[in-house]
Design a protein around this ligand. Structure first.
Ligand SMILES: [Zn+2]
Length: 246
């Protein structure tokens, strides 16, 4: 590196320490770090991956899960966008493109054991739906993908977690831990606030387990059946803005 560039970088750092730069200049002085981690494996051995992006000092942990139902794949486009979108300095972003890579590869709701992962979490779990695409599994947390997501959430303790689904188009207020967060996400994303109660009460869902067992807030966001590119960008931007502000 030429000496003049080294000097100017040092000057920027000094000014930042002295508080003589505005917030945007300070943010530019801190690069976005990024790493890719393999968190574990699915039933069929596919990697379950996380992308982590953050600025130095970021303290608002946001976890975004692109899908848990393999036949709902618009969320994968939202998380792809999040991997390169401008990152607010406060947001410590964790993105798991898919919690169900076997189902995603087969374009199927369930995992490779035929279990609906979003009925398999150990919160109000019920034995239900065997032989259907909403089978809750033989016991609570029977599936490796379920246990992996539990481990990740326990370790990260995200302040905000968003799980993307399709096709009901709305931000879920059912058993919401923070209605303000739900309303903020709805306003910023352009999706309506709705109540998704699994037709008479949800059992064994990821968001219910997360909200009961950790201090953070988890919200289900349902995208529509078809999702235009403008909506992918808008939803990704909404997640980052709301996580930074709320
Ligand atoms: Zn779903």
């Amino acid at each position: 590196m030429p000496p003049t560039r080294r000097r100017s970088a040092g000057l920027v750092a000094l000014l930042a320490v002295l508080g003589l730069l505005g917030p945007s200049a300070s943010a530019q002085a801190s690069p976005v770090h990024s790493e890719r981690l393999v968190l574990g494996r699915s039933v069929q051995g596919r990697p379950i991956v996380a992308w982590h992006r953050w600025h130095d000092g970021a303290n608002r942990t946001l976890l975004v899960l692109g899908n848990v139902h393999g036949d709902e794949q618009a969320g994968l486009r939202v998380v792809r966008r999040l991997r390169r979108a401008p990152l607010p300095p406060a947001v410590d972003l964790w993105v798991i493109p898919s919690g169900n890579p076997d189902g995603t590869a087969a374009d199927r709701r369930t995992n490779a054991h035929g279990v609906d992962l979003n009925r398999n979490f150990p919160r109000s779990w019920r034995r239900t739906g065997r032989g259907t695409t909403q089978w809750s599994g033989p016991v609570a947390a029977s599936e490796p993908e379920t246990r992996l997501l539990m481990r990740v959430v326990r370790r990260l303790q995200p302040r905000t977690t968003v799980v993307l689904h399709q096709p009901l188009s709305g931000v879920d207020a059912y058993r919401a831990k923070s209605l303000r967060l739900v309303r903020d996400l709805a306003r910023e994303s352009g999706l309506p606030v709705k109540v998704f109660d699994c037709r008479g009460g949800c059992h064994g869902t990821f968001t219910d387990w997360h909200n009961a067992r950790t201090p953070g807030r988890a919200v289900t966001v349902e995208l529509g059946a078809t999702v235009p590119a403008t909506q992918v960008r808008r939803v990704a931007g909404a997640l980052l803005r709301v996580a930074a502000a709320d």
